[in-house]
Structure formats: structure tokens, C-alpha cells
Design a protein around this ligand. Structure first.
Ligand code: NCD
Ligand code: ZN
Length: 453
């Protein structure tokens, strides 16, 4: 074989759910050769992965790059550089920007920002809100990976569509051949609760949890499933946070064989590693929508991760400035969300090391799961000949302490500050290009937009 651009050798490589000792070569962005270390071709760059594990590039389907509109919180360069630093090779950016990504014009603005600045590959969601119906086909045509529908108010104050409108929009999304990710919290439960808690003088972080209880997720998840089933539209439940939500997703998946909609789901490290008991210590830093819930929800989400109810781990990387996160006196005056791109891989590998999930399950949740659900498989989501040469090379033994002051993201705080991690990404490789090498990020704009195949 002619000389390759990149060879990775001496590592253990995750290929179809097992680890093999082999070498990989990449040329022109694709995997072109897999074979014995001793017969690896020559290459312009060779990475010695001895002692390391080579995973398919980690795909994160839920990030907020804040570009355009709030680039003081994050922008496409800082956010995708944070992805590279954390070991993430493809990010899907959410549409709750200013302006929201809801028509060809606003999508064009975002595409330009991303083209100019993205360090890793990216895909973009279009927004489903009030009055989106006629924008669905043009947005799909312009290459959105799918749509996002906010069923409750959250950052960006995007108006949830009425139930009837959502029905109509889901049918149009189906016709456009896309999937809808829903932020499943019920506005009619949350709004009055916030007013009552405010009136009662509550300002503490736990009041955020009380304003967005388990049933708010349960009601919205079941509503979204019912509407998607009727419209026969593929549905994705974003950031599952409760036992009841997970249980509804499990049931919906079982009934798929009886002609239901295809339902997929994601959860995030915060719902697997934090619970209600943490609000007192962490305060508003851990304020996020949906709220972090009870211990029993956390444990149920672990079951859902292990039994396939959860198809992917996302971060919901939702940066705000540190000042915003601690502004004013009340939890209700502070924004929801925190950065996650530089902690997720390490947190989840720590869980693998603790025996909470297998490495092969983790790989499925970050590669095959997201790429299949969103139409990128087999270009992305596996290590195989002809697929994109995206890799997250990890050191499973590296012990370190999470220090947000060192984040590449503009948001330098985390509810996981001080967490003792075991496991870290040491190289991030996007289509054969090394974008992170032992913590050093090459922040050139190499990212490409990914559209459903
Ligand atoms: C997100 C944000 O800040 O954009 N915040 C959050 O708490 N998750 C919005 C969202 O996904 O709800
Ligand atoms: Zn959300």
C-alpha cells in the first residue's frame, strides 16, 4: 500500500464490540487499512498507542456552541476546541441561538460561523417552534441533521408549540426524512411551580429541582411519544433524567414492533453521577434543565444505560459565564446548564473502570448509537475500512483530578470540579487529523458539516 497520512499502532482497537491488537492506517480522511502491527504501512505521522485504547471518535449529539448570539459564553472555535480537548470528534449543535436556527437564513449564519471556526466535525439542528411548519422542508434541504423541539421554557426562551401544532410539525419532519429531538419537560407543570416557589421566598438551588419534578418529564415524554407515534415520526428524547421517563422510553421501544415510531434517547453524565443530595453543596453551578433528580432516578438511568433504553451519552454542553451562574440572590435568576465537553469522556471512562458499564457498551453509546439514530452510519460511528478516520484514543489508567480552571471552553466551572477521574482521552483525531495530542489542542478550522447520509 502507498504511504498513509496517519498510522496508529500498538494500541488495542475497539472493532465491532471487541478489543483487537492491531494497527490502523488513514489516508484522505478515511480508514484505508487495518492489520498486524508488524505490517503497518509507512505514514507521514505515526502514533504509538502502546498501553492505550483506540475508540471510534466520540459523537456528542447535544451541545450549545452559542454562536451566533452569545459568543461571550462560547463560540464555534472555543466550543469545538473544548470538544477536541475532551476527546469528542463530532458535535451536534442545538438551535436555541439568537437568532434561533429556524429558517434558511439563520441556518446560513450558523453554517458560516461553523465553517470559519470548527475544530471538529459538526452537525446542526433546526428548531421546531410556533409557526415552524413551512420552514421544515427548506431546513432539511439545507442539511440539518434533525430538529429540536423544546416542550418547556429553557435557555433562549423558545416558545413550545401547541400540541396540535407539534402534531402537524412531526408529520412534516417525517416527510422530510428526519428525527426530532425533544426537550421533554411539561411547561404547564413547571411554570406555576416556579411562581409558587418564588412567592414562597425560595432562592436555594433545591428549589430548582422542586420546580421541575419527575412528573414534568414523565408527562412530556409520554406526550411526545404519543404524538410521534401518531405522526409516525422518528423521535429522540434528549437528556433523560428520571426513572419514569426512562420507563416510558423502554415501553415505547418494545411497541416499535407493533408499528410505533422509532424512539431513541440520550442521557448525560450529570444524571448518572449527581442527584438531589448534591444541590446543597454544589448550588447553582449544577442548575440544569431538566433538573438533576433523586437517587432512585439516577439508579434507574443506569439500568436504562445498561439495557439499551438509552442509546447514547450526550453532554448537553450548555456554557454560561461564571458571573451569570452566580448572579443575584435567587436560583431562579440564574441560567441553566454548564459545560460538559471536557469532562464527559473522562467521567464515563471512570464509570467503566468502576465496573458500572462495560467499555463495549460505552463505545456503542458514543459511536454506533448516535451515528445510527441520526443517519451518519457507517461514515461515522465505527472503526472499519472506508469509514471516517475519527478516533478517540484513551488512557484507561490515567488518574487525574478535574480542574475547570484548565478548561478550553470559555466556561471555566463544573459541578464535577475536584472529581477524581480514572481514564482520559489522550488523542482526538478527526478524519485523520490530530486535533488533540496529550492535552494540546490544534485549534485550526478543520471541522466539516455532517448531513444525514
Ligand atoms: C440549555 C442551554 O443553556 O442552552 N440549558 C440546559 O439547562 N440544558 C438549554 C436546554 O437544553 O434546555
Ligand atoms: Zn434541553
Amino acid at each position: 500500500m502507498s504511504s498513509a497520512d496517519l498510522v496508529i499502532k500498538e494500541g488495542r482497537v475497539a472493532i465491532s464490540s471487541s478489543l483487537r491488537s492491531c494497527a490502523i492506517a488513514a489516508k484522505d480522511g478515511k480508514v484505508t487499512w487495518i492489520g498486524a502491527n508488524s505490517s503497518a504501512p509507512s505514514a507521514r505521522r505515526v502514533i504509538d498507542a502502546s498501553g492505550l485504547v483506540v475508540l471510534p471518535g466520540v459523537i456528542d449529539v447535544h451541545v450549545h456552541m452559542r454562536d451566533p448570539g452569545a459568543t461571550y459564553k462560547e463560540d464555534f472555535r472555543s466550543g469545538t476546541a473544548a470538544a477536541a480537548a475532551g476527546g469528542v470528534t463530532t458535535v451536534f449543535d442545538m438551535p436555541n441561538n439568537s437568532p434561533p436556527t429556524m429558517d434558511a437564513d439563520s441556518l446560513g449564519r450558523k453554517v458560516r460561523a461553523a465553517e470559519e471556526k470548527a475544530v471538529v466535525d459538526y452537525a446542526l439542528y433546526g428548531l421546531l417552534t410556533r409557526g415552524s411548519s413551512r420552514e421544515i422542508a427548506p431546513l432539511a434541504e439545507a442539511g440539518v441533521i434533525g430538529f429540536k423541539c423544546y416542550m418547556a421554557e429553557t435557555t433562549g426562551s423558545v416558545a413550545p408549540p401547541s400540541e396540535d401544532e407539534m402534531r402537524e410539525e412531526l408529520a412534516l419532519v417525517r416527510m422530510a426524512g428526519r428525527r426530532v429531538s425533544v426537550h421533554a419537560e411539561d411547561d404547564s407543570i413547571i411554570r406555576p411551580r416556579i411562581s409558587k416557589l418564588r412567592e414562597a421566598g425560595r432562592v436555594d438551588a433545591l428549589a430548582h429541582y422542586e420546580s421541575r419534578p419527575e412528573v414534568a418529564e414523565e408527562r412530556a415524554v409520554s406526550r411526545a411519544i404519543a404524538l410521534a407515534r401518531e405522526a409516525r415520526c422518528d423521535l429522540h428524547i434528549a437528556h433523560l433524567s428520571s426513572a419514569a421517563g426512562a420507563s416510558d422510553v423502554r415501553t415505547a421501544k418494545r411497541s416499535r414492533s407493533r408499528g410505533g415510531a422509532d424512539v431513541t434517547s440520550e442521557t448525560c453524565p450529570q444524571y448518572l453521577l449527581l442527584d438531589r443530595a448534591d444541590y446543597a453543596e454544589k448550588g447553582s453551578i449544577m442548575k440544569v434543565n431538566p433538573s438533576v433528580k433523586r437517587k432512585e432516578d439516577r439508579l434507574a438511568l443506569w439500568r436504562a444505560v445498561r439495557d439499551g433504553t438509552v442509546d447514547m451519552i450526550a453532554t448537553d454542553h450548555a456554557p454560561h459565564s461564571a458571573e451569570e451562574k452566580t448572579a443575584g440572590d435567587s436560583i431562579f435568576d440564574r441560567p441553566s446548564g454548564f459545560p460538559g465537553l471536557e469532562t464527559s469522556v473522562a467521567l464515563m471512562l471512570t464509570c467503566v473502570n468502576r465496573g458500572l458499564l462495560s467499555l463495549s457498551r460505552y463505545v456503542r453509546l458514543t459511536s454506533e448509537g448516535p451515528s445510527k439514530a441520526w443517519g451518519l452510519y457507517p461514515k461515522k460511528g465505527r472503526i472499519a475500512l472506508g469509514s471516517d478516520a475519527d478516533f478517540t484514543i484513551v488512557d484507561m489508567k490515567r488518574e487525574w483530578r478535574i480542574d475547570p480552571a484548565r478548561f478550553v471552553s470559555k466556561a471555566k466551572y463544573s459541578p464535577f470540579e475536584g472529581f477524581e477521574a480514572k481514564g482520559a482521552a489522550v488523542y482526538t483525531i478527526v478524519r485523520g487529523g490530530v486535533v488533540m495530542d496529550n492535552g494540546h489542542v490544534d485549534a485550526r478550522s478543520r471541522g466539516e458539516m455532517q448531513r444525514p447520509l
